[in-house]
Design a protein around this ligand. Structure first.
Ligand SMILES: Cc1cc2nc3c(=O)[nH]c(=O)nc-3n(C[C@H](O)[C@H](O)[C@H](O)COP(=O)(O)O)c2cc1C
Length: 234
C-alpha cells in the first residue's frame, strides 16, 4: 500500500466525523491567507498593538491574538481601562479600540490556554509579531522558557523556522537586554525596536506609531499601513 493510501485508511476516512474535535484535515491554504499571530505584552505603548490590529483587520487579515497577563496591568496604568479576559468580550474590546467593528477576523486566546491552536507547530500561520514586546518576554524567549501561551507561540515560530517579529520597548537597554535580543536575532527573530523616524514629517502621535507598525509588518512582506515611504530626494 502506498504511503498516501495508508495514511488515508488509517488516519483519515474523509468523514465529517474526523474533522470534529481538536484535529482538522485542512485543505491547502495559500500562505498569504493564513492567520497572523499577534502577541501583546506588558511593555508600555499599547497604541502600537492597537494600530497593528487596526491595519491588519482593515486589510482583511485573520489575527490570533494573545495578550500576556501583564498587559492587563498596563491597560489599567496607561488608560485606566479594565481589559476583559473572556475571549469574545476581549475581541470586541480590541475591535472597539482599533475602530474596526467587522473587518477581518480576530480570535483572542487567554494567556493561560497553552492548548490553543497557536501553541502547535502544526497550526499554519504567516508568523508572529509581538508588539510591544517587554524585556521580560525577550528574556523568556531567549531561554525558551515558554511559561504562557504567548511565549509558547513565539517558541513555536522559532523551532519551526517561522517568522518572529519583535518590537521591543524599553530604554535604556541593559547588557542583559542586548544579549537576549542578540540571542533571538541569532535564532532568526527580526528585531524592530519601537523607534520612530522623523524624515517622513510626522504630525501626530499616530504618524509616529504607524511608522513603527509599518516597518514591523514590512518584515512579513505586508504593506497595509499608509505611511510616507522614502523615495529619495525630490
Ligand atoms: C505601566 C507599565 C509599563 C511598563 N513598561 C515596560 C516597558 O516599556 N518595557 C518593559 O520591558 N517592561 C515594562 N513594564 C514591566 C513589565 O510589564 C513586566 O516586566 C512584566 O512582568 C512583563 O511581563 P510580560 O512580558 O509577560 O508581558 C511595564 C509595567 C507597567 C505596569
Amino acid at each position: 500500500m502506498k504511503t498516501n493510501q495508508y495514511f488515508k485508511k488509517k488516519f483519515y476516512d474523509g468523514s465529517a466525523e474526523f474533522n470534529k474535535g481538536a484535529f482538522n484535515m485542512t485543505n491547502f491554504v495559500p500562505t498569504a491567507h493564513l492567520p497572523i499571530v499577534l502577541g501583546v505584552t506588558g511593555a508600555s505603548g499599547l497604541i502600537y498593538a492597537i494600530r497593528s490590529i487596526k491595519f491588519l483587520l482593515a486589510a482583511n487579515y485573520t489575527i490570533d491574538l494573545v495578550a500576556s497577563k501583564a498587559t492587563y496591568s498596563v491597560w489599567q496604568a496607561e488608560q485606566n481601562i479594565k481589559m476583559p479576559t473572556e475571549p469574545t468580550k476581549q475581541e470586541k474590546f480590541w475591535r472597539d479600540q482599533a475602530g474596526e467593528e467587522n473587518s477581518g477576523k480576530l480570535c483572542c486566546h487567554p494567556w493561560q490556554d497553552i492548548g490553543a491552536n497557536v501553541a502547535s507547530g502544526s497550526y499554519r500561520t504567516q508568523g508572529m509579531i509581538i508588539i510591544p514586546c517587554s524585556m521580560g518576554t525577550v528574556s523568556k524567549l531567549a531561554t525558551g522558557f515558554s511559561s504562557d501561551l504567548l511565549e509558547r507561540a513565539a517558541d513555536v515560530q522559532l523551532k519551526e523556522g517561522g517568522k518572529l517579529i519583535l518590537v521591543p520597548r524599553e530604554t535604556p537597554l541593559s547588557l542583559i537586554h542586548l544579549r537576549n535580543l542578540t540571542t533571538l536575532a541569532e535564532a532568526g527573530a527580526r528585531i524592530v525596536p519601537a523607534i520612530p523616524a522623523w524624515y517622513h514629517n510626522p504630525q501626530t502621535i499616530e504618524d509616529l506609531v504607524d511608522f513603527v507598525v509599518a516597518r514591523a509588518l514590512d518584515q512579513f512582506g505586508l504593506d497595509c499601513v499608509p505611511i510616507k515611504r522614502w523615495i529619495g530626494h525630490e
